[in-house]
Structure formats: structure tokens, C-alpha cells
Design a protein around this ligand. Structure first.
Ligand SMILES: Cc1cc2nc3c(=O)[nH]c(=O)nc-3n(C[C@H](O)[C@H](O)[C@H](O)COP(=O)(O)O)c2cc1C
Length: 393
């Protein structure tokens, strides 16, 4: 269906609308990517290296089955929203993402660095998975996950692929610590260039809130993003024993996000994880590591029968989802795609992104002659000989 004011037909069109609508620094902080952006670009380019086997023309399935389950939740299509911090791109924020995903019949990951409290987001989508970083004391982490559990989170995601890389060759956008009069004056030129964005926030009753309420200690005000970032940087990284401890604290489905190696995927099985996501944090971790889709086949071979293998990074169309499933993923998570949808049209834009992906998955299944997402196999795609870039462990 051709794009209209209310509907975009591709994720790329959502990105263009987001770029036109958002102040420059907000748009750049979504696109981001560490250092030179090698991994950021490879995440997308690697999907382009994969080809499908020639389409069938007869005997095709009249209907296709897209439904599956992830972390104990039934979902209408094999795509969920990956956790992303501080969604100041639209006043609907994380609650809008939750609603858009719920209307599309799927689940969300809610970041511990989100701008809305888990208690306000969970009612919009009961299929909510809370995401935690290894930050602060064990007591503080326990308190955060306990709060998420009480708010109704169905699973815990621990994200481990962050090594505080700093410096982007294209220049990191200046993100203020909080919105006060001084900040507003400083950012006025950007606001003047994007009056629609400013109007939208004023109509919603304020300006973007850059605090992270899910990181607040009991009874304390929400800290700022940069306040908690400092705490996280100073926290010693976890050992496998620490991760086994964390897993024991959560009585329910548990995902480790950021796995790129088969040996560590096996360690995730050992600690009793329910799922992993093969991920390089959307190209925001160590620049120069390969696209996550290149690591997927070896990881899925190693552990796919023992836990749920998801993938995130670079998914921009339904056919990308099908490629990931063919190479062993149970489902994928999307990041920037739904953030662009949110920026373009709030909660409806998030649903629009899932609908675009649903349509793309469905037509790819039809062409491949596969009646269900569960029927896909590596035989459906053609990968160049060096696709895995030597990744086998
Ligand atoms: C702006 C932005 C913020 C993010 N914040 C988080 C976060 O708070 N927690 C997390 O686990 N991952 C975070 N991620 C990573 C995403 O969950 C996901 O791994 C990544 O976006 C997938 O790549 P894609 O954007 O190409 O789909 C963030 C990514 C972006 C782009």
C-alpha cells in the first residue's frame, strides 16, 4: 500500500519522516553507532548479502502462519520490540511503544534506562520483558527486578554487550542532562528548526524528561540518565558466577542479550537461561565486530535446541526477519525501526512498523512456498562463502 500522511509503507520511509521531524541531535542519537560505524553498517549490509532461493510459482500456501512464542508469551509475529533507553522522540514514549506492539499482537522489552516507570508501561502491554544492566550493587539490582516483577514483567533480559565505547567519528550529539531554562535556550536553534516536534511536546504538557525512573532507589526521585551512567561505568563487570546468581533471583523466563560467541552461548545454557539474543547492541558496542546475523548460524547450531535464540541488529524489513529465522532464530528484536515509527507517528507509527514487517514476512513466506515461519530452514537462503567471516566460536 502506497504511503499516505498516516501510513508509511517501509521502515525506510519511517526513518525519513523521523529525520524530518526530530531535532538533529535527537535524530542522531537514535542512529548512533560506535566510532567509525563499521558494525552499525555491517548489521544492515550483511542482510543484503543473503539471497533467497528462487521463488516458487505454483502450489503455494494460501495462508501463512506467523505466530510463535518467546519467553513464554504467545506473539502474533516473530518480531518483538528490543529495549531502548529514553524514548524522548515522541510524547507517547515507552507507553506508546507498548500500546503499538500490543495492537500488533507482540511483546516489548522495556529498558531500565526508559523514561517512563514500568508501572505506567505494563498496563499498555502485559507481554512486557524488563531489561537490566549490570549496574550498582546486587541489592540495587534486586530491588529493580523486584519492582519490575511486581509491576507485571513476564521475563528478565540482562544486557551485557556494552563496553562504554566513546567517540563517534561523525560527532556525538549533545544530549542535555536535564531540560531546564538554560538547556532550552541552548537548544532553541534546533527547536526552531523543528517547530512541529516542540509543539507536540508542549501540547502533551511539557518537554522531554531525561530522567530514568526505573533506576530510582525506593522513595527517591528518578535519577538523570548521566547520573546512572556514571554508576554503571564504575560497577565491576559481572563474572559467570554473578550471572548464575542473577538468574537464580528471577523466577521466570530469563534472556541474556548480546551473545556473539558459541562458547558463551553454551555458558548461557549452563546458567539456565531461557533465551539469548545474538546482538552487538545495534552497532553501539565494539566497532569492527561483525554483524550479528553473521554470528547467528554458528550460535544457533551450538545451542538452538537448548534455548530460544533471538537476533537483533539491522532488521529493517520482513524479508530480513525471514532470513534470520531461516538461519536459526526463533524470532527477532527490532530497535531503530520502531523508534523511527514512534517519531513519525507515535504509538500508531509503532504499530505501522510491525504491520510493515508482518506484510513482508507474509509475502516472503508465500514466495518461498513456506506455510509457516516454523518451516523455514537454511536451505531457503543463499549465503556467500565468507558470510560468517570466520565466526565459528
Ligand atoms: C537509541 C538506542 C537506545 C538503546 N538502548 C538500549 C537499552 O537501554 N538497553 C538495551 O538492552 N539495548 C539498547 N539498545 C539496543 C537495542 O535493544 C537493540 O539491540 C538494537 O537497537 C538492535 O539494532 P537495530 O537498531 O539495528 O534494530 C539501544 C539501541 C538504540 C538505537
Amino acid at each position: 500500500m502506497a504511503s499516505t500522511r498516516e501510513w508509511f509503507e517501509t521502515v525506510e520511509e519511517a526513518r525519513r519522516r523521523a529525520r524530518r521531524h526530530l531535532p538533529r541531535s535527537v535524530y542522531l542519537s537514535l542512529v548512533a553507532g560506535a566510532e567509525k560505524g563499521i558494525t552499525l553498517r555491517d548489521n544492515v549490509a550483511a542482510f543484503g548479502e543473503l539471497r533467497f532461493t528462487p521463488p516458487h510459482i505454483a502450489g503455494l500456501p494460501a495462508t501463512r502462519q506467523l505466530a510463535t512464542s518467546v519467553l513464554g508469551q504467545d506473539i502474533a509475529l516473530p518480531v518483538i520490540a528490543s529495549p531502548t533507553g529514553v524514548q524522548a522522540v515522541h510524547p507517547d514514549g515507552e507507553a506508546g511503544v507498548a500500546r503499538g506492539a500490543a495492537e500488533a499482537g507482540t511483546a516489548i522489552g522495556l529498558s531500565s534506562f526508559a523514561s517512563m516507570p514500568v508501572e505506567d508501561v505494563a498496563p499498555a502491554n502485559p507481554k512486557l520483558f524488563f531489561q537490566l544492566y549490570w549496574s550498582g550493587t546486587k541489592d540495587a539490582m534486586l530491588q529493580r527486578i523486584d519492582r519490575a516483577r511486581q509491576a507485571g514483567a513476564k521475563a528478565l533480559i540482562v544486557t551485557l554487550d556494552w563496553s562504554f565505547s566513546n567517540g563517534r567519528d561523525w560527532g556525538s550529539p549533545a544530549i542535555p542532562e536535564k531540560m531546564d531554562l538554560r538547556t532550552m535556550v541552548r537548544f532553541a536553534p534546533e527547536g526552531l528548526a523543528r517547530p512541529g516536534y516542540v509543539r507536540q511536546w508542549l501540547r502533551a504538557g511539557g518537554l522531554p524528561d531525561l530522567t530514568v525512573p526505573n533506576m530510582a532507589a525506593p522513595g527517591e526521585a528518578a535519577p538523570t540518565f548521566f547520573g546512572v551512567y556514571g554508576e554503571w561505568m564504575q560497577t565491576p563487570p559481572p563474572s559467570w558466577a554473578d550471572l548464575a546468581w542473577l538468574r537464580e533471583q528471577w523466577d521466570g523466563p530469563f534472556m541474556v542479550k548480546g551473545v556473539m560467541r558459541t562458547d558463551e552461548a553454551r555458558r548461557c545454557v549452563d546458567i539456565g537461561a531461557t533465551a539469548i539474543s545474538v546482538s552487538n547492541h545495534g552497532g553501539n558496542n565494539l566497532d569492527g565486530t561483525p554483524a550479528s546475523i553473521r554470528a547467528l548460524p554458528a550460535v544457533a547450531d551450538a545451542v538452538g535446541a537448548q534455548l530460544e535464540v533471538l537476533l537483533d541488529g539491522g532488521v529493517r524489513r520482513g524479508s530480513d526477519v525471514v532470513k534470520a529465522l531461516a538461519l536459526g532464530a526463533r524470532a527477532v528484536m527490532i530497535g531503530r525501526a520502531y523508534l523511527w515509527g514512534l517519531a513519525a507517528n507515535g504509538s500508531a507509527g509503532v504499530k505501522n512498523v510491525f504491520d510493515v514487517l508482518r506484510g513482508g514476512i507474509d509475502s516472503t513466506l508465500l514466495a518461498l512456498g513456506r506455510p509457516s515461519v516454523h518451516d523455514l530452514s537454511p536451505e531457503d537462503v543463499i549465503a556467500p562463502a565468507d558470510f560468517a567471516r570466520g565466526l565459528s566460536k
